[in-house]
Design a binder for this molecule. Structure first.
Ligand code: PMP
Length: 435
C-alpha cells in the first residue's frame, strides 16, 4: 500500500467520523503509527520529537507500563464494585505523592474533566455553597460543570456570555502582559479575588470554591506572580471557601523543582484534580483531598464511576508513579527543561520575535510578539514557526488566548540531545522567518 495515500485516506475517514468540532492542529497532520520515548514515528517511517505531549509523561510505548497493564488485562479488568489490591495500591501510591499529608484521600475517575467536575461537587457539598470563583483564560474540561469554569475564549468564543450565574471571574494573574505587572502584581491580582470574595459574602452568596491551575497552563505556562496563590487562598478561606488546584496539566513532576504546581508556590490546596500524566493516555484521573471533604459527599449519597479505578487503570496509575520515581523523571524535567529555557533565552538578542520564556521544568511557553513594548501577539508567525518546526522533525503547538505561545510540554523522558536540537531548529526557523 502507498503510505501517502493511506495517510490521506485516514485523514478523510477521521473527518467523516468525528465531524468539524473536533480540534485539529495541522492542515496536514502526520499519521502517527508508533512511539518511543519522546519520539513519534509516522507511517512513512519519519520520526518527530514530540514536544507537546503532556499526557504521555513517561514517554510513548514504555515497555514496563505496557507489560504491567497487559498482565492485569489477562487476569481481570472490570468495574470498581469489588475489592482489588490494584485499587488499594494505586490510591496509596498517589496519597504517598500527595502535595500535603492533610490530603489523604483519593477518588479515581476516568479523565481530567471528570476530576474537575468531582472537585466542584466536593466543594459544593462540603461547604453547602454553589458559587465558584474561576480565572479568565482557563480550560478545565468539557463536562457541564468543568465547562462552566472554563473561561478561555479561544476554546469557546461564547465562554463569557454563556456562563452560569454561579461562576464569577477574575483576571488571569499574568504579570507579563496582564493588567498588573512588576513586583506588586501578585498582591494586586490577589486583591481582585479578595474584593470579589468579600462582595459575594456581602451579597449572602459566599464562594464555595476558587479554582485555578497553579501554573497557568492554558494561558501558555505563565507562573502566577509570587505570593498570588497563597494570598488568594487566605482570602477565599476567610469567607469559608475551599481552594481547588487543577494539576491536570502541570502536576506530576513536570515542573521539575516540585511534583506539584501548588507546592511549588507554597500553597496547600483543599482539593486537587489530576489526570493526563496520571494515566499516560490510559483513561485515568483522580481527585486528592481531605477525608472530611469526601465524607461530606458520603452524607449526600454515594459516588460511583464504572471504570474509574478499574484494576487495569489502577495498575497503569501505579506503574506510572513507579516509573517517574525509578527513572528520575522529575529531575530530568528540571535539568532538560532548564537547558531549553536558558538556551531559548539566549536566542532573544538575535530573535526579537521571542518576547518571553514562561514556565519551568518541562512546562514552558515561548511567547512570540511583534514588538516587545506593545507585546502585540505574533499569532500568524507562531503558526508558521510550528509548521516549519514540523519540517525539522519537531512537534510544537501554539497555545493561549492569543495563540502566540509555543508550548513545550514533552514527555518527561526528553533527552538533552533532543532538547538542544530543538533549540537549534527554532533558531534556524526564526532566522528563516526573519530573512
Ligand atoms: N484541566 C486542565 C488544566 C486541562 O488542561 C484539561 C485538558 N486539557 C482538563 C482539565 C480536562 O482533562 P480531560 O481532557 O482529560 O478531560
Amino acid at each position: 500500500a502507498d503510505p501517502v495515500r493511506a495517510t490521506r485516506h485516514a485523514r478523510r475517514v477521521r473527518e467523516e467520523a468525528i465531524g468539524a468540532a473536533a480540534e485539529r492542529f495541522y492542515a496536514e497532520p502526520p499519521q502517527i503509527e508508533r512511539g518511543w520515548g519522546a519520539l513519534l514515528i509516522d507511517t512513512q517511517g519519519r520520526a518527530y520529537v514530540d514536544l507537546v505531549n503532556n499526557v504521555t509523561a513517561i514517554g510513548h510505548a514504555h515497555p514496563v507500563f505496557a507489560d504491567r497493564i497487559a498482565r492485569q488485562l489477562h487476569l481481570l479488568n472490570t468495574n470498581s464494585r469489588f475489592l482489588y489490591d490494584a485499587f488499594a495500591e494505586f490510591t496509596a501510591r498517589l496519597v504517598a505523592h500527595s502535595p500535603d499529608p492533610s490530603l489523604d484521600t483519593v477518588i479515581p475517575v476516568n479523565s481530567g474533566s471528570e476530576a474537575v467536575d468531582l472537585a466542584l461537587t466536593l466543594a459544593r457539598v462540603a461547604t453547602g455553597r454553589r458559587d465558584v470563583i474561576a480565572v479568565r483564560e482557563s480550560y478545565h474540561g468539557w463536562t457541564s460543570a468543568a465547562d462552566a469554569v472554563s473561561t478561555s475564549a479561544f476554546d469557546n468564543p461564547h465562554a463569557a456570555d454563556s456562563r452560569p450565574d454561579w461562576v464569577h471571574l477574575v483576571d488571569a494573574p499574568n504579570a507579563y502582559r496582564g493588567r498588573h505587572r512588576g513586583p506588586d502584581a501578585g498582591a494586586a491580582y490577589a486583591r481582585e479575588v479578595a474584593d470579589l470574595a468579600r462582595s459575594l459574602a456581602d451579597e449572602g452568596r459566599p464562594a464555595g470554591a476558587f479554582i485555578c491551575e497553579p501554573v497557568l497552563g492554558n494561558a501558555g505556562g505563565v507562573i502566577p506572580p509570587a505570593g498570588y496563590l497563597t494570598a488568594v487562598a487566605d482570602a477565599v478561606r476567610a469567607h469559608g471557601g475551599l481552594v481547588i488546584a487543577d494539576e491536570v496539566q502541570v502536576g506530576y513532576g513536570r515542573l521539575g523543582s516540585s511534583f506539584w504546581g501548588s507546592t511549588m508556590q507554597g500553597l496547600v490546596p483543599d482539593i486537587v484534580s489530576v489526570a493526563k500524566a496520571a494515566g499516560n493516555a490510559y483513561p485515568l484521573g483522580a481527585v486528592i483531598t481531605r477525608r472530611e471533604i469526601v465524607d461530606a459527599l458520603a452524607r449526600e449519597g454515594t459516588f460511583f464511576s464504572s471504570a474509574g479505578g478499574t484494576p487495569a487503570s489502577a495498575v497503569a496509575g501505579s506503574a506510572i508513579l513507579d516509573i517517574i520515581d525509578a527513572e528520575g523523571l522529575q529531575q530530568n524535567a528540571a535539568r532538560v527543561g532548564g537547558i531549553i529555557a536558558e538556551e531559548v533565552r539566549a536566542l532573544m538578542p538575535r530573535h526579537p520575535l521571542i518576547g518571553a520564556v514562561h514556565g519551568t521544568g518541562l512546562y514552558l511557553g515561548i511567547e512570540l510578539v511583534r514588538d516587545r513594548e506593545t507585546l502585540e501577539p505574533a499569532r500568524e508567525e507562531a503558526t508558521r514557526v510550528c509548521d516549519l518546526l514540523l519540517g525539522h522533525g519537531f512537534i510544537v503547538q501554539a497555545a493561549s488566548e492569543r495563540q502566540n505561545v509555543l508550548k513545550v510540554k514533552p514527555p518527561l523522558v526528553l533527552t538533552e540531545v533532543d532538547a538542544r536540537r530543538f533549540v537549534a531548529a527554532l533558531d534556524a526557523v526564526l532566522g528563516a522567518l526573519r530573512d
